[in-house]
Every structure is written in C-alpha cells, then in structure tokens.
Design a protein around this ligand. Structure first.
Ligand code: ZN
Length: 130
C-alpha cells in the first residue's frame, strides 16, 4: 500500500454525477451575480454622474448619496458571494468539494444542500462567528 492509497481511504470525494448539478448550479449563480453587479454599476448614481447630469429625473444630491451607499453595500455582498462560489467551484475542480477547508472533515450533506457554496463545516463556521 502506498501513501497515496492510504490517503484515499480517509477521503471520500463526491462522485461526478453528484458534483455536476452542483457545479451547474454554482456556475449559474456566479453568472447571475456577475450580471447583477454590472447592473448595479449602471444603477450607481456616482458611476455615471456626468452622463446623467442632464437628466431631469435625477434626484437631489442626498438621494444620490443614499443610492450610492446602498449600491456599494450590495456590491460588497455580491463580491463576497462571488468569491465564495468561485472557491467552491475550484474545490470541485480539485476534487475537494464537501471537505472543510479548515479542519479537513467532510461537511454535512444537509448543510451542502442548503448552502452548496460553503467550504467550511458547521463547527468551523460557528468558531469563526465567535
Ligand atoms: Zn471544519
């Protein structure tokens, strides 16, 4: 028995037929997030302030600021999700999907069903929140 085989015994990777729909789902979500971000960039009153200067429908400066802050917050959320999904996708690619990136244990399948983009197990998530 080589070391490689020993390691394989402890590591259960998901079969291709399980990973494929997950991969598709995550890819679709990633695509949606990127699209949403592009739309947000357009919606951001600061982004195209000059282009909209002539627009009579444009609200006062205060409204612009609120809009900009909301857009920024949304963008941050989208960025975080995008990074998370990319991470999960790369773990699928390297055959590490479903394995906690912190402790190396298998992530609960129920947890993966609800949050397919997760890369940490529930214990590590809890530790992180503290
Ligand atoms: Zn863990």
């Amino acid at each position: 028995m080589s070391d490689k085989n020993e390691k394989r015994k402890n590591f259960i990777s998901y079969p291709e037929e399980v990973l494929r729909p997950v991969k598709n789902y995550l890819s679709k979500r990633l695509f949606g997030l990127e699209k949403r971000k592009k739309e947000l960039t357009k919606e951001d009153p600061y982004a195209d302030k000059y282009r909209l200067d002539d627009n009579a429908a444009m609200d006062a400066d205060a409204a612009e600021t609120t809009g900009h802050m909301e857009v920024s917050a949304l963008k941050k959320t989208i960025d975080r999700r995008t990074i998370q999904i990319r991470k999960a996708l790369s773990r699928i690619k390297f055959g590490k999907y479903g394995v906690c990136e912190r402790c190396g244990k298998m992530i609960d399948t129920d947890r993966l069903m609800i949050m397919p983009e997760t890369t940490v197990c529930i214990d590590c998530e809890r530790k992180r929140e503290k």
